[in-house]
Design a protein around this ligand. Structure first.
Ligand SMILES: [Zn+2]
Length: 309
């Protein structure tokens, strides 16, 4: 087996794909489909960016194979790459302000950088301001992978442990849809004593609120600054859980239909209803459980499909 591609090289090749992949339009001119969309994303006109793996296969087969082998990791790498491309797109312009969080980031990154450069600081001050803020808070878009047209469409019972971390295409009937709920990605707090801002990234389904101010000022003076949640500077996304069951043609005679839990986020929410027959691509992920439930679960881990398309 060939060694896995080095992630630095993978980032370069993903960047190349997004910048140079093009298709001819009706007039035979080149359309840079991803570069154009990244510009839209940077200007906050577009939120979801769908990456068609058919396109990647055509452009760079080796990279395509890496994405298939290690989809969850490559999803994160793709975010890193697009974060950079979006940042480059806005290098010489003030970032667009379309909602309260945009306004918050405009203030923290753009205006403070301008202030500091007016005060005579040198170097790339906008970069300095960005460094303090988690990338997840600056990220106002979503990236999804779309599996190739010819990918085998699996039934719930055909999705196995070997698919964990990988992209699969699945077919079934929606039997349950939850309400669309807000899911918090990053919480921003403000210290009532020293005024410093604290960011907390939320990766799992639960979080414990931070309470004591970690700033140097507060720690040294033992001021015990209290942190207050700042809704305006926090980032939320839409979140929905659906349950997809096998259709009768997928169930062997005498068997009971199996079902799979699917988590749907952002622009992919509210696209189906119970009774709909659907085809989904997504990454199979282990269910992270906390506390006692985890101990009871032992080695048997639940899985769910993180929906991409
Ligand atoms: Zn403080």
């Amino acid at each position: 087996m060939a060694a896995a591609m080095d992630y630095e090289l993978a980032r370069e090749r993903l960047t190349d794909f997004f910048q140079t992949f093009c298709v001819p339009d009706q007039n035979g001119d080149k359309t840079f489909i991803y570069a154009d969309q990244i510009r839209q994303v940077a200007n906050r006109v577009q939120t979801a960016l769908y990456v068609y793996l058919d396109n990647l296969l055509q452009h760079d087969e080796e990279l395509y194979n890496e994405v298939r082998k290690n989809s969850a990791r490559y999803h994160q790498l793709t975010y890193d790459v697009i974060d950079k491309l979006v940042h480059n797109e806005l290098r010489n312009a003030p970032p667009p302000v379309r909602d309260a969080l945009d306004a918050f980031l405009y203030q923290r990154v753009y205006l403070e950088a301008q202030q500091r450069s007016a005060d005579g600081a040198d170097g790339n001050v906008q970069n300095d301001s960005r460094k303090k803020i988690p990338p997840k808070l600056l990220r106002r878009y979503e990236v999804y992978f779309v599996t190739p047209e010819l990918d085998k469409c699996l039934a719930a019972r055909e999705i196995l442990a070997e698919h964990v971390g990988k992209l699969v295409t699945m077919r079934g009937i929606v039997i349950r849809c939850s309400e669309v709920m807000p899911h918090v990605n990053v919480v921003t707090y403000l210290c009532d004593t020293c005024g410093c801002e604290v960011y907390q990234e939320i990766n799992g389904p639960q979080y414990a609120p931070t309470q004591a101010c970690p700033s140097k000022d507060c720690q040294e003076s033992r001021a015990n600054g209290r942190l207050e949640l700042q809704l305006r500077g926090s980032s939320f996304s839409k979140y929905q859980e659906i349950r997809v069951q096998e259709m009768s043609d997928q169930v062997p005679i005498g068997s009971i239909p199996r079902a799979m839990s699917v988590r749907v986020t952002g622009e992919n929410t509210r696209l189906c209803q119970p009774g709909d027959s659907i085809k989904i691509s997504g990454i199979l992920l282990p269910q992270l459980r906390s506390g006692f439930k985890n101990q009871a679960g032992g080695l048997v881990a639940d899985v769910f499909l993180d929906c991409h398309h």
